[in-house]
Each structure stands twice: as structure tokens, then as C-alpha cells.
Design a protein. Structure first.
Lengths: 320, 230
């Protein structure tokens, strides 16, 4: 500015503080118009995407929590299988195997499945009312185990030594491995879907920002002419889109939280019935825990931040 | 950028052999050279389609010339950085023929816009803006949105917005086109008063009544060529 400017005064006189003026004349209106149909649609898209991401994250969290629970309970149990052999008394073999198991440190409880119990286990496959006395139905001994799984080798060796070809030990290792792999895969897919949904949010915001820039070309031009820099304009758009993102992300995350809370309540209420028990057996408890709720809320926040950041980058690129 | 006249003050705007065409079309401006001195007052006139608006756009740096050089406030503008461009624009005020008020902001907010984008707090400019609005006769309309203003009111709001930041250079495209002759003369007096206080003024107009009222330099554009009548 030249020296002349500094000494210059307003033509109509120097502005004086007017006590009659209201405290503020500005309505804090955003520089970029906000309440357009496109803005509302974008908020709805972000809400839907956040809701889906929240469902994915909650489901992954639920599977992870339930898989850990299943693994812990399954890992504590091992089974001895005693096969009937020609010229052998199954009951004696079972009693001997049980005695060996009971003598092993780490075994806290044993439960012998009687012949009737074993036959009942086969009922779902073979139907009821069959005479299974002619079939060599193996007998099972369930052991509750509290020690290190490495010690199972010693028990297995003792059983093979005492009852060769008759008794075998199943520590469910294969099943546990499969369960663990399945749970990890599910959690991986869940995390992947959350990332994909966030990328989709970013892309939707990019399109919407470019649309808004094109729709507000005149506003941008006027802002440039009155001396607004690119950064100022980018901030104005960012503020608008962050607001939309916050609204969309908030609604989406709230819906997802509500969905899980409702599902938890419904399954909790029907748990006493046979259907509830089936559901619980299949999915475990329908609770996502504090960590699940926190991750859904976090997804809502991340969606808003992504929206603000992407819109700012898009505007800077558009203006460059 | 050196001045054409040794010892003279640095020009506010200087065009040297500037040519401008849109795409592959004919030249809208051909070999235009002129200089706007500090604290000078001039009219830009010529028939419709002669290139007045293009010339104003070049001065406003919203278009780039296809040939020739342009210097604004002594700064050669080819390849100018975005920050410097913003700095130069803050020293200019512009009144558009179609006003370009932002419809979602009130008259007060529109007029305050140049100060708001400078990052000033509302409390620091409130009195100034209200005073100027009262002076141009919009004191009662400061809360109205532009779609509710008459053509003349919009024009006065656009002029107030151009003046509020006390620019070094004022560009006005047909500023008296939508107002009655009495208000037109009043606005002209405002521009002259502003000019006396140090602002260089360029008024693009067809209105001979206004031009005849002031003894000022006339820049006449005809078919893309510029003739200066001192």
C-alpha cells in the first residue's frame, strides 16, 4: 500500500463506533450456500455409507469377540475316543482310559459318555428308533483341561501305550485352526469393507465438491475478485463439506449403533426360546461391547474428517 | 517495470502491445498500449462488442493476454504467483455491469465481503460498512437479500462493495446504467471524491451525459483498437 492510502480517509467521514448498531449484523452465513438439494443428497450418501461401514465394523468386532470366546472354551476341552474292538470290553477300556486321564496333572474334570449318550449323539444323523447295539459305536470321554496344551502329547503317548489301536486323543487343534482362520478372514473382510466404504465416501465427496464448485462458479469468481485467496476459498468449501460430513457421519453411525443395540435387545429377549438359543449357538451373543460401539463412533468421525479433507484437496486442485 | 516517462510515478496499469483472442477466434483486442497513472480518472467507452469487458477482465487478471505484456501496480503479471495475484486484487475495487452480488448473503454481508476475506473481525469493520451503506442510501436495506433489491439498489450495493476496502484502483462497468440521472450524478460525485483522495478510477460507460459532466481522459475502443482522447 502506498503512503497515500494510509493517510487517506473515507469520503463520507471517518467511521465511528455507533452505539445504536446491533452487536452483530452478520448472520454468520457460510460463504458457500449450504442447503442445496445436492448437499442434502451428499449427507444422505455419507450417512448410508457410514451406516454400512458401521455394520461391517460391528460384525467384525462381534465375530472376533465370539471367536475368542469359542476358542477359549473349546481349547479347554479335549476328547478321548475309545473304539470297540473284537474280544475287548469297551467298558473296561473306557474305565482304563479314564483312569489314565485322571492321573494326568492338568485334567480337572472327566465325563464319560455312556453307550446311551453316544447313541443319542448319532441320532441326528441316523434317526431315532434304530437298534445300534450291533454297530461298533465308539465311546467318548470329555476332559476339561486347564494346563498347557503341550502336555497333551504325554497323555496321548500314555493312551497309545496302554490301549494301542483302541484309544485316541482329539485335542480339536485342526478345528481350532480352522475357526481361527475363518474368524481372521471375516475380520479382515470387515476391515477391508470399512476401508472400501471410506474410499467410496471420499470419491463421492470428490464428485460432489467438483459439482459444487461448478454450481458455485460465480460465488468463487466473486470471492476471487474481492480478494479471497485460493486457501480462503478452499477453507470455505471445506467448512461446508465438513458440516455435511459430520451430519451424514453422525446420522449413519447413530443408526448403526441403534441397529446393534436393538439387535442385542431382541436376541436378549428371545434367548429363552429355542430360536434364541439357536441364534446364540450360531452367532454367539449379539453384543459388540464398548470397543465395537467406540469403533462405530470413530468411523462416523473419520467419515467427516475424510469429507472435509477430500473437499479441500479437490478445491485446491480445481483452482490450481 | 520501468515507467515510460523517466522520473514519472509508477503506473497503476500499463499495457504494452496487448492482443487478446478467445480460442481460435479473431482478436478481440489488437495491439493495445496505454498507461493509467496514479490518482487519474478516465472513461472507457466504445460501441458494444468493442472489447471493453475483455479489457477490464485483463486488468482484473481474470484473463491472460495472448500477446503483449501487462503490469499492474508495477508488477509484470505473466506467471504471477497465486498469493501475489490475491494481493493485487485486494488493491482493486470492481463494479460489475451485472452487479455479481451473492444472493445468499445480505446486503450488509455482501458489502463487508472484501474486508471479511482479509480475515478482519466483524467488530472491526461493522461501523465502516454501515456508514457506507447509509451514505449510498441502503441504510434501511442492509438486512435484505439481493433478490429483494431493485436494480438501482443492487447497483449501489455493488458500488459500496467495491469502495469498502479503499482500493487504489476502481473499475466500474456501466455503474450508472440502472439508476436515475440524479442518483447517477451522485454516484459520479462519489467516484470523483474517491479519485481526489488518491484512487485511480476507470469507468466503462456508454452514457455521454456522464462523460460530458467531467473533463477526463477518454479511452475509446473500436473494433479491438484503442484510441486515447486526452
Amino acid at each position: 500500500m502506498s503512503t497515500a492510502d494510509k493517510t487517506r480517509t473515507r469520503p463520507a467521514g471517518t467511521a465511528a463506533a455507533d452505539p445504536a448498531l446491533p452487536a452483530t449484523l452478520r448472520r454468520n452465513a457460510p460463504l458457500v450456500p449450504t442447503d442445496t438439494a445436492a448437499g442434502r443428497s451428499l449427507a444422505a450418501v455419507i450417512a448410508i455409507l457410514t451406516f454400512l461401514a458401521g455394520l461391517c465394523a460391528g460384525a467384525a468386532e462381534m465375530v472376533a469377540a465370539n471367536a475368542t470366546q469359542w476358542q477359549t472354551s473349546v481349547a479347554q476341552e479335549v476328547t478321548i475316543q475309545v473304539r470297540p474292538g473284537p474280544g475287548r470290553s469297551v467298558d473296561a477300556d473306557v474305565a482304563r482310559a479314564e483312569a489314565i486321564a485322571k492321573g494326568e496333572p492338568g485334567v480337572t474334570q472327566t465325563r464319560v459318555f455312556s453307550k446311551a449318550d453316544s447313541e443319542r449323539l448319532l441320532e441326528p444323523w441316523l434317526g431315532s428308533g434304530l437298534d445300534l447295539s450291533d454297530l461298533p459305536v465308539p465311546r467318548l470321554i470329555a476332559l476339561r483341561w486347564s494346563g498347557d496344551r503341550a502336555d497333551l502329547g504325554r497323555l496321548r503317548a500314555k493312551l497309545v501305550e496302554a490301549l494301542p489301536g483302541v484309544a485316541s486323543l482329539d485335542d480339536h487343534a485342526l478345528w481350532l485352526q480352522r475357526l481361527s482362520a475363518a474368524a481372521s478372514a471375516f475380520v479382515g473382510v470387515g476391515v477391508g469393507m470399512v476401508v472400501l466404504v471410506l474410499i467410496a465416501t471420499g470419491l463421492a465427496v470428490t464428485f460432489a465438491t467438483r459439482g459444487a464448485m461448478a454450481g458455485n462458479r460465480e460465488v468463487v469468481e466473486v470471492l476471487h475478485f474481492v480478494g479471497a485467496g485460493d486457501d480462503f476459498i478452499a477453507k470455505a468449501f471445506q467448512a461446508r463439506f465438513f458440516g455435511l460430513g459430520l451430519r451424514g457421519g453422525g446420522i449413519g453411525a447413530a443408526c448403526a449403533l441403534l441397529a446393534f443395540a436393538l439387535a442385542g435387545l431382541i436376541t436378549g429377549a428371545t434367548q429363552s426360546g429355542p430360536a434364541g438359543q439357536e441364534i446364540e449357538a450360531l452367532f454367539g451373543s449379539f453384543q459388540i461391547g464398548l470397543r465395537g460401539y467406540a469403533s462405530i463412533a470413530l468411523i462416523g468421525v473419520i467419515a467427516s474428517v475424510v469429507t472435509g479433507a477430500v473437499s479441500r484437496i479437490t478445491v485446491r486442485r480445481y483452482l490450481a | 517495470m520501468k515507467s515510460l516517462l523517466p522520473g514519472a510515478e509508477r503506473a497503476v496499469v500499463q499495457f504494452e502491445h496487448v492482443g487478446m483472442r478467445y480460442g481460435l477466434g479473431p482478436e478481440v483486442l489488437s495491439d493495445v498500449s496505454f498507461r493509467i497513472a496514479p490518482r487519474s480518472f478516465q472513461f472507457l467507452t466504445g460501441p458494444s462488442g468493442a472489447g471493453k469487458t475483455t479489457l477490464l477482465r485483463l486488468i482484473l487478471l481474470s484473463a491472460r493476454p495472448t500477446r503483449g505484456t501487462i503490469a499492474i501496480f508495477g508488477e509484470e503479471v505473466s506467471g504471477i504467483s497465486s498469493d501475489k495475484l490475491t494481493g493485487l486484487r485486494r488493491r482493486m475495487g470492481v463494479v460489475f455491469q451485472d452487479f455479481r452480488l451473492l444472493d445468499h448473503l445480505t446486503t450488509y454481508e455482501n458489502v463487508a465481503l472484501p474486508l471479511r476475506v482479509q480475515g478482519r473481525s466483524e467488530a472491526s469493520y461493522r461501523g465502516e460498512v454501515v456508514e457506507l451503506l447509509r451514505w449510498v442510501g441502503l441504510g434501511e436495506r442492509m438486512h435484505a437479500l439481493p433478490p429483494l433489491l431493485s436494480g438501482g439498489e443492487k447497483q449501489r450495493a455493488a458500488i459500496a462493495r467495491a469502495l469498502i476496502a479503499r482500493p487504489d484502483l476502481l473499475l466500474a462497468d456501466e455503474p450508472t446504467g440502472n439508476v436515475d440521472p440524479a442518483l447517477g450524478r451522485r454516484l459520479l460525485r462519489l467516484f470523483l471524491e474517491l479519485n481526489k483522495l488518491g484512487t485511480s478510477v476507470i469507468i466503462a460507460t456508454h452514457d455521454f451525459g456522464i462523460m460530458d459532466a467531467v473533463d477526463a481522459r477518454r479511452m475509446v475502443l473500436d473494433a479491438g483498437r484503442l484510441r486515447v482522447e486526452e
